[in-house]
Design a protein around this ligand. Structure first.
Ligand SMILES: Cc1ncc(C[n+]2csc(CCOP(=O)(O)OP(=O)(O)O)c2C)c(N)n1
Length: 333
């Protein structure tokens, strides 16, 4: 039997770390802008913010190649930014403008950009998991050198389709990484009311694949874990499950009135803010000025993007023939 090549070095360079830091700050600023735009009545429908969870989506996508495919959930802004989508076009999409990635028709939960390997957020809980599994099957069948990564929440981890996907991925050694973003809540229900076990990574053993639990607020730890799992998938050794422990710092969505998260938990996790943790390491290595410059530029980019996107035109609707029943469905909107 040919010996397996040694694992590549899995740590990000300091420049890669700085770029992930920048992307986390962009994501945080995006969330703040969206919160303000929602309050001002500029956005339609609820928005699911990922404040405090930026390290998961950004660190994971930082460890992938551009050609790799990613699926995400209703809370996917960090994944969009991590995969290289532009804040201006994300905001335009959320504001329902023609310049958005999907012509202003996707809203904030369903943004996709196949050229970036961003194969879509998904509002159906659990649905990002079989979608990525299918993309991994496609890569395997076509002999293409790319892997798929599914991000999903602890609520989604309780769905049947999650286990069906993991079972077939492990059986067929599909090149997929299952990244469980455990933020302790599904809607307003704490994870302890939804799962028979507290540590969800142990379920990997039941499917015969490696599983590990990591600090989801440490962007370098997320990068390293996903890099290891991606290398395994690329070697043809099959899937892995990574449980990234983090915490949801805002409500379930902008419609959430809150009151069910304890002040102690919020304070404990606020002290472990992923951007603060990352900044400390970077300031030590690169000096405060360099890091602050990057953060300032990131905030300016998002502020300018929000302004520009609001001035963009609405989607161009093609009128339907009067006999087309869809014409009635859009009447009066
Ligand atoms: C199949 C399905 N069931 C229920 C819902 C309603 N719903 C939307 S988000 C959510 C909770 C999801 O929790 P989790 O997977 O932990 O993600 P989080 O919101 O914490 O990021 C539920 C039940 C849905 N969108 N789809």
């Amino acid at each position: 039997m040919t010996p397996k090549p040694a694992l590549p070095h899995n740590s990000p360079s300091i420049d890669e770390h700085l770029e992930m830091h920048r992307r986390m700050v962009v994501t945080r600023e995006l969330e703040r802008q969206l919160g303000a735009l929602h309050k001002a009545g500029v956005t339609r429908g609820p928005i699911h913010r990922c404040d405090g969870q930026e390290a998961v989506g950004v660190g994971a996508t930082g460890a992938l190649e551009d050609r790799d495919c990613v699926t995400t959930t209703h809370r996917g802004h960090a994944v969009y930014i991590g995969k290289g989508l532009a804040p201006r076009r994300i905001l335009a999409e959320i504001l329902g403008r023609e310049t958005g990635y999907n012509g202003g028709r996707a809203g904030h939960m369903l943004i996709g950009s196949p050229v970036h390997g961003m194969m879509g957020g998904n509002a159906i809980v659990g649905a990002s998991i079989p979608a990525a599994t299918g993309m991994a099957l496609s890569a395997q069948v076509l002999g293409e050198d790319r892997i798929a990564l599914a991000t999903f929440g602890d609520g989604a981890a309780q769905t049947g389709i999650c286990h069906e996907s993991m079972n077939i991925a492990a059986l067929w050694k599909l090149p997929v990484v299952f990244l469980l973003e455990h933020n302790e809540y599904g809607l307003t229900a704490h994870a302890s009311t939804q799962s028979s076990v507290a540590d969800l990574y142990i379920r990997a053993a039941g499917h015969g694949m490696p599983g590990e639990q990591i600090d989801g607020n440490d962007v370098v730890a997320v990068f390293q874990a996903v890099a290891r799992a991606a290398a395994r998938a690329r070697r043809g050794d099959g899937p892995s499950l990574i449980e990234a422990r983090t915490y949801r710092m805002e409500g379930f969505s902008t419609s959430d009135v809150g009151g069910y998260q304890s002040d102690e938990d919020l304070a404990r996790w606020r002290a472990r803010d992923p951007i603060t943790l990352s900044r400390a390491v970077l300031v030590e290595a690169l000096g405060e000025d360099r890091v602050m410059d990057v953060e300032r530029a990131a905030a300016e980019t998002v502020a300018a993007a929000a302004e520009a996107a609001q001035a963009d035109p609405p989607p161009h609707f093609v009128p339907h023939a009067p006999s087309d029943p869809r014409a009635f469905a859009t009447e009066g909107r």
